[in-house]
Design a protein around this ligand. Structure first.
Ligand code: ATP
Ligand code: MG
Length: 555
């Protein structure tokens, strides 16, 4: 579908109306991560949306770190977030930090105090909560609500000067303790926290709350469309109230549904638990739904962008099938990944009529597209093939190897199985074949038709690799909504390690994150744990979806 033919989503409609009415010359969006963890696939939805909308309408996007909580934030996270956004293919106009605005926000708070719209409250957290009321019960005014402007101003300055301990005082907006929206019942806008901040160090011991930082930061940057997820709907009233009272640039907040996906969890807090408690090997473990995990697993930026495009934006929460993400990945890799041969569960195949001292160089295409070129493959009388490609007593419609049966070796010859040997444990240890010399791929004059083609590597030339096969991290579709601890639903078989797979030697030149199709086995990419001569490959995704038969297209 061309861009014009697609119906506009609700945000595009809003932006087009705003531009048509001349409300803005150009649009400016922002992506506002809190640097308290690595980005996950849910964030990529927000990234694609913010950057995508700005790009579509000739605007731009700021990257703003929402770093108002000194305790959980770290520069490691800042760097990983920037890497991930770049990797996804986006560039931001300006890199900003909510902490850049601490001084301005502090002045804004004084503005509210001077207008009689904020007061210092000495009540404890419990007292404040108990006077807050409930949605069905009116709140009550704090005994400190009627302090004079002078007193509030002096106390708030003293809070900043460090005269009080954590929790001793807070600054609250003076709005309405009867408001139906609980967030409007004199929300806390500053709290005392004697903590080191990753950027401002020990300069501050008071920190603004989310609601007193986010909208104002948007406004300071002249953000036109501030897009966030649905849980912020109740915050919009407060967002607008601050902007109005402070009389600053009128940014507007719009909400869309979070992306939730099956067989994983999507909150940094939960992901942090998986990392800290050793359920996975770090934030970039390929089983994680983090961008860095997906990237290490072999995902391409295009497949993730495409996925985000395909799911569209919704105004109601829903659970997206992980299969759809994998579908987008296969679609991309099918076109771009080089085809190579690797044998994951090797058994020896000996060709009795092929000279023991002979080696032959065959040419194999790198992929369906001619532009992908071709490479050399070494062939000899000793090969590794996949154990599962041989059946001692073949089932019906078995087109692979079996005693007396013929099969084509990919890019090489047709072979016929003459016999096999077993070891003491009864496992097949060697398969004996003869090859048909006239059947060489591309020059086949044998006239023999075979139904099956199998992959192989020359045992005399093969290299070894560790191969890691990943499965879903959780056994249930929506672990976060199950009873009890979500970690009880972890799939204990989510990682299978093959210590010694046999790979064609061309794979020794693989580059990190270069993706391959191991013919018939799936898509794989080189892992960063690789050492020279000791490659490690991750399975990115299987060739077919073994979990869901039908790919559910969401629209
Ligand atoms: P988490 O609960 O995972 O910590 P968050 O919303 O607290 O998520 P932020 O760093 O505050 O994480 O998010 C940055 C931006 O990404 C916000 O605008 C947020 O709304 C958006 N975002 C976060 N998670 C999702 C998601 N699952 N789907 C879509 N957007 C998301
Ligand atoms: Mg958050």
């Amino acid at each position: 579908m061309s861009e014009e033919e697609k119906s506009l989503n609700f945000l595009e409609e809003i932006i087009e109306a705003d531009l048509a009415a001349g409300r803005y010359k150009s649009i400016l969006t922002r992506f506002p991560p809190e640097p308290n963890g690595y980005l996950h696939i849910g964030h990529s939805k927000s990234i694609c949306l913010n950057f995508g909308l700005a790009a579509k309408y000739g605007g731009s996007t700021n990257l703003r770190f929402d770093d108002t909580n000194p305790v959980t934030e770290d520069t490691e996270y800042v760097e990983s977030i920037k890497d991930d956004i770049r990797w996804l293919g986006f560039s931001w106009a300006e890199e900003k930090y909510a902490s850049d605005y601490f001084e301005t926000l502090y002045q804004y708070a004084h503005t509210l105090i001077n207008k009689g719209l904020a007061y210092v409250d000495d009540s404890s957290a419990e007292e404040i909560a108990s006077l807050k009321g409930s949605p069905s019960e009116a709140g009550k005014n704090s005994p400190f609500r009627n302090r004079s402007v002078e007193e509030n101003s002096q106390l708030f300055s003293a809070m900043k000067e460090g005269k009080y301990k954590d929790g001793e005082k807070v600054l609250r907006a003076k709005i309405d303790m009867l408001a139906p929206n609980m967030l409007m019942r004199d929300p806390i806008i500053y709290r005392i926290k004697h903590a080191h901040h990753h950027r401002t160090g020990n300069d501050w011991c008071i920190y603004p709350m989310y609601d007193f930082a986010h909208g104002q930061s948007d406004s300071i940057e002249n953000i036109t469309h501030s897009i966030c997820t649905l849980e912020f709907i109740p915050h919009r009233e407060l967002y607008n109230w601050f902007i109005e009272q402070l009389n600053i640039f009128p940014s507007h907040q719009y909400e869309f549904a979070r992306l939730n996906m099956t067989y994983t969890v999507m909150s940094k807090r939960k992901l942090l638990q998986l990392v800290n408690e050793g359920h996975v090997n770090g934030w970039d473990d390929p089983r994680m739904p983090t961008i860095s995990g997906l990237r290490r697993k072999g995902y391409t930026p295009a497949s993730i962008r495409n996925f985000c495009e395909r799911i569209g934006i919704a105004r109601r929460e829903n659970l997206i099938d992980l299969s759809l993400l994998e579908f987008c990945l296969r679609e991309d890799l099918n076109e771009t990944a080089f085809r190579v041969m690797a044998v994951l569960d090797p058994v020896k195949l000996i060709i009795s009529n092929y000279p023991d001292d002979q080696t032959e160089t065959l040419i194999s295409e790198n992929g369906p597209d001619e532009k992908m070129g071709s490479r050399n493959l070494q062939f000899s009388n000793e090969l590794w093939i996949e154990r599962e490609d041989f059946m001692e007593e073949p089932a019906k419609k078995w087109f692979r190897l079996a005693p007396g049966a013929m099969v084509r070796l990919k890019s090489a010859y047709i072979v016929r199985c003459d016999g096999f040997t077993k070891d003491d444990s009864g496992a097949i240890s060697e398969i004996n074949c003869t090859y048909i010399p006239e059947s060489r791929s591309g020059q086949d004059t044998s006239g023999i038709q075979v139904k099956g083609t199998i992959h192989w590597v020359s045992a005399k030339h093969a290299a070894k690799a560790e191969v890691r096969l990943y499965d879903r991290l959780f056994r249930v579709e929506d672990p976060a909504s199950e009873e009890g601890d979500f970690k009880a639903y972890i799939n204990s078989d989510s990682l299978q390690i093959i210590p010694e797979a046999m790979i064609e030697t061309s794979l020794l030149d693989a580059k990190p994150e270069q993706r391959f199709q191991f013919i018939r086995k799936g898509y794989f990419c080189l892992d960063k744990d690789s050492q020279p001569g000791k490659p490690v490959f991750n399975r990115t995704v299987t060739l077919k979806d073994a979990w869901t038969k039908e790919v559910k297209k969401s629209n």
